[in-house]
Write a protein that binds this ligand. Structure first.
Ligand code: ATP
Ligand code: MG
Ligand code: FE
Length: 334
């Protein structure tokens, strides 16, 4: 089974060819980070135009490197949401045209499911039930999986996503975009105990998240220091905020594991690349009988391989999309 996976939901034009769900024959990621960097974040209008410019080249290169033709494919999997509408449309329209012309199946993929399925690429022998902690740029979810395609959201953020909060604090600290990796880097030379930022745990036993107040606490600290003409240490703020975010994520994940008795925890989304988060969970989990799995960094942020992987499991379940598949910018996990 050969699946072409296509991802264009935000600022990465990416595609991959995957054989039998585990063998990556090719993987191309064309990132627009340098284009958006000067604006301090993704500019939607520019993103969709960039996808248009790069789409055909990325697809051609992906097929060439894999040594396959359109007619060899079993199906084409494409992100149809959530994301920026103009960006999603390039991928959806392109995938529909390719699948129709080649006479192969079209498989619409939820981008968030794709992030989680990056784990099945690295570790195909994952066993259900499993708990997924999805921490991406726009989402923070705890999801309980009973089987492929059978899942239940146990908790989600009520305001900002963890990645979004890291990006905003990085911006306020003048560290640039994307912020998560910059915070991690700056934190290396700072102290996580320098500032006692709040950890929002919400009501007792809640599996929801709230990062907006935590972000505001940091911004207030920065502003009042500026008003007094004080210089605060950027590494100390970065380290203390990173620690606060990681503490909340770890505590909620542990709570969800206790509640569900899941024997596997998978991490997903861009923030899953964070070293402190990985190490903290690893440390907590090696004393319990819980398997802890996370994708390698390139499969944490947006990529076509995770979409191809999710596409493979949809394909073998016979779960295809109609030709009127459309972009759904506000799609979520339900
Ligand atoms: P979504 O998937 O929710 O639609 P997205 O696709 O923009 O959003 P991802 O590509 O999954 O998000 O992840 C990007 C996020 O990951 C950004 O917020 C970025 O700062 C964060 N990130 C990337 N690497 C790291 C890291 N090493 N530490 C912390 N955060 C990181
Ligand atoms: Mg991106
Ligand atoms: Fe993403």
């Amino acid at each position: 089974i050969l699946i072409l996976g296509v991802e264009t939901s935000c600022d990465e034009t990416s595609a991959a060819v995957l054989r039998n769900g585990r063998e990556l024959l090719s993987h191309v990621i064309s990132s627009q980070i340098s284009t958006h960097q000067k604006f301090g974040g993704v500019v939607p209008e520019i993103a969709s135009r960039e996808h248009l410019l790069h789409f055909q080249g990325v697809i051609r290169q992906t097929l060439e490197e894999a040594g396959v033709r359109f007619s060899d494919l079993s199906g084409i999997a494409v992100t149809y949401g959530p994301g920026l509408v103009g960006s999603l449309l390039v991928g959806v329209a392109g995938a529909k045209a390719m699948a129709y012309a080649a006479g192969v199946s079209l498989i619409g993929i939820n981008h968030l499911e794709g992030h989680i399925y990056a784990n099945f690429l690295n570790t195909p022998d994952l066993e259900f039930p499993l708990l997924a902690l999805l921490v991406s740029g726009g989402h923070t979810h705890l999801v309980y999986f009973e089987g492929h395609g059978h899942y239940q959201v146990l908790g989600h953020t009520r305001d900002d996503a963890a990645g979004e909060a890291l990006d905003k604090i990085a911006r306020a600290l003048g560290l640039g975009y994307p912020g998560g990796p910059q915070i991690q880097k700056a934190a290396l030379s700072g102290s996580a105990q320098a500032f006692d930022f709040p950890r929002a745990m919400l009501e007792h036993g809640s599996l929801d998240f709230s990062f907006s107040g935590m972000k505001s606490a940091v911004l207030n600290t920065l502003n009042s220091a500026r008003m007094k003409g004080e210089e605060l240490s950027v590494p100390d703020i970065a380290a203390s905020f990173q620690q606060a975010v990681v503490d909340v994520l770890v505590r909620k994940a542990m709570l969800a594991l206790e509640r569900t008795h899941a024997k596997t925890l998978v991490l997903a989304g861009g923030v899953a690349a964070n070293a402190l988060l990985r190490e903290s969970l690893e440390e907590k989990l090696n004393t319990r009988k819980v398997r802890f799995v996370y994708p390698s960094p390139v499969f944490c942020t947006d990529n076509g391989a995770m979409i191809a992987t999710a596409g493979y499991y949809h394909y073998i379940a016979g779960d295809f999309s109609p030709w009127n598949l459309n972009a759904v910018p506000g799609l979520n996990l339900v």
